[in-house]
Design a binder for this molecule. Structure first.
Ligand code: ADP
Ligand code: MG
Length: 251
């Protein structure tokens, strides 16, 4: 008997894959059967109105919030399977929040090197090169309160980059910044992450921001991803009236 193997096109395994991710609080589903895929080096925006479950999704991917059900693979490895998951520090992820969460009593250099282990001189040189990359050479001995909001944001970026994560998870990290500086800081941050080859999952409630920085947009509503695709497609072919209305205030 003859049998021919079917030849399938090779689809590369996405860097981050989420399947069936679900979480309820007090019996109310807040994240409901979420599926997401992020390719290496890509910027994906998780976009949706306040309260739709974006932060909870991000926190489960980070491993700082437990899941009720679902799987998360990072670089092909299963890091979350239902309620069981790897500790956050064992996932190759970096985290940035709106509140930069810098340690006020530590210097900039100590903040950046906080999670780094090993030989002091090696850590110091790595911290130096990280500060250089975010344009903060010479700031190492300062304290966070001596820095502007934009500078603090760059310290948080350097700290998040220190363990060389494959994916940077960002929860509205720019929304606390002064309006005039915000777009510039955001564009610089995303450009730097692109240059590093770090994939990004950026949570935002602003369609304009997602359109500007995303390679992909995952549109979320009431705990579910209702549409995922290139910004142009999501904008021009909204999945329903509510999606169209959500984008309608962009000029
Ligand atoms: P988003 O980031 O899109 O604004 P969140 O993921 O923060 O949404 O929250 C989604 C919903 O889940 C909200 O109604 C919020 O109040 C609720 N929620 C989030 N965390 C908790 C928690 N720890 N306990 C109870 N409810 C929560
Ligand atoms: Mg949120």
């Amino acid at each position: 008997m003859h049998s021919t193997e079917p030849t399938l096109p090779e689809t590369p395994e996405p860097l981050l894959r989420v399947n069936g991710l679900t979480r309820a609080f007090g019996g109310r589903p807040v994240v409901d059967d979420v599926a997401l895929q992020i390719a290496a080096g890509q910027v994906t925006c998780l976009l949706g109105p306040s309260g739709c479950g974006k932060s909870t999704t991000l926190r489960m991917i980070a491993g700082i919030e437990s899941a009720d059900a679902g799987q998360i693979w990072l670089d092909g490895a299963l890091v979350q399977d239902g309620p069981a998951g790897l500790a956050p520090e064992r996932r190759s992820i970096g985290l940035m929040f709106q509140d930069f969460a810098l340690f006020p009593h530590l210097s900039v250099a100590q903040n950046v090197g906080f999670g780094l282990k090993g030989d002091k001189a090696v850590v110091a040189s790595r911290v130096g090169s990280l500060l250089e990359r975010v344009n903060l050479s010479g700031y190492g001995e300062k304290r966070p309160h001596q820095l502007s909001g934009g500078e603090q944001q760059r310290v948080a970026l350097a700290r998040a980059l220190a363990p060389k994560p494959r994916v940077m998870l960002m929860d509205e990290p720019f929304s606390g910044l002064d309006n005039r500086l915000r777009d510039g800081i955001r564009d610089e941050t995303i450009a730097l992450l692109r240059a590093e080859g770090t994939a990004v999952l950026l949570v935002t409630h602003e369609p304009e921001e997602a359109m500007r920085v995303g390679d992909e947009i995952a549109l979320m509503r009431a705990g579910r991803i209702v549409q995922q695709g290139a910004p142009y497609n999501v904008y021009n072919a909204p999945v329903d009236r509510a999606a169209a209305a959500f984008f309608s205030d962009i000029n």
